[in-house]
Design a protein around this ligand. Sequence first.
Ligand SMILES: [Zn+2]
Length: 419
Amino acid sequence: MDVNIINGRVWINGNLEEANISINNGKISKLTNKENIQEADETIDAKENIVFPGFVDVHTHLRDSEFSYKEDFDSGTKAAIAGGFTTILDMPNTNPPITNVAELNNRQKRANNNIFCNVGFYCSPVNANDINELKISNAIGYKIYLHKPFPDQDLSDKNLIEIMYKIKENNGILAIHAEDHNWFDGIIHTNEAEIKAIKRITDLAKLTKCKIHFVHVSTKEGLGIIKQNKKELDVSCEATPHHTILNTDKIKGREYYCEPPLRDKENQESILNSIIEGDIDMIATDHAPHSIQDKKEGKPGFSGLEITAPLIIDLYKKDKITLKRIYEILVWNPIMRFGIKNRGKIKEGYIADLVVFDENKEQIINVNKFFSKGKNSPFDGMKITGSITKTIVNGKMVFDGKNIINSGMGKVLQNQLDF
Ligand SMILES: [Zn+2]
């Protein structure tokens, strides 16, 4: 054996069990009790903490390239493993943007050997005819920003329908930033802007039957439309920790700006309840790092990779959410929805992507301790219960609760992997 993980409370088949995990060649090779454990080169002591399949984030902005001053592959994927994420999906609104096969291949090549966790790459297609080849090039999903198209990206119904038919034909998934700028009130991103955009896309999905994923849903009414259509359409949605936990009744100000913006208490509570009850399929960080200066100038979003899972564990400690639900929203639903192979279970034969967390360890969120270059968070200074104590990627421990200890373990995700 290469590695044994001992003394953990291990998430197996929906329960916590006292089991030892043996890892060989990056895969889980055996689950045993103490008596039957075989010798290994390395032993990791989980110290009675919870051992879970590694968390998966379907919405990360790793930046890099021209935006490396905000974040790069190195700092972004270090932030991911420090937050317990073993797989993340990278958004295409980089500079240059990922809108074609050449840029997608370039980005994957640059990431290779330079990432600490597994990364899948989205592409934002300008042309429906590119989609066959994008799939072959391992685009993990397709992303459209309805309010901010890329140059030459025609988002008329006609073109969107063509794109959706092609994605459907390739059994892909279309992630939508649902805001319609015609409904903005000056610079204000209104609730209506989100509601109208969700309505428009669900109507187009009825026609095309394309698989849709709505990113960062923030309004009760928008969510209501998704809920109504879940039986008829292949549709899912995510929420961010900030839209789930924070509202404008409590905090206001430029430093809290994101898109869509934080909403009032009624909307926020409906997001939280839908996370708990299951109408929202997953939590996603929308990790959007910025320099201090960019944030001062009003750039939207915050760093989220290092705090999202601890914030959800804090909800568990407050008896608001179950461990089963945490598994669904941070592991299994993202994996199933985006077709990620061979990961997400602690089971013999699965790839050993694991996270160990201490659900009783308190921490005060401190942006200055982030591995991310983006030292911004509306949660800065908040005291929560829940800490990541170890992260294991592809069979190797990469984070020990304090430090990054192994580099280059991450892989670029491919659509087809051997099992
Ligand atoms: Zn985003």
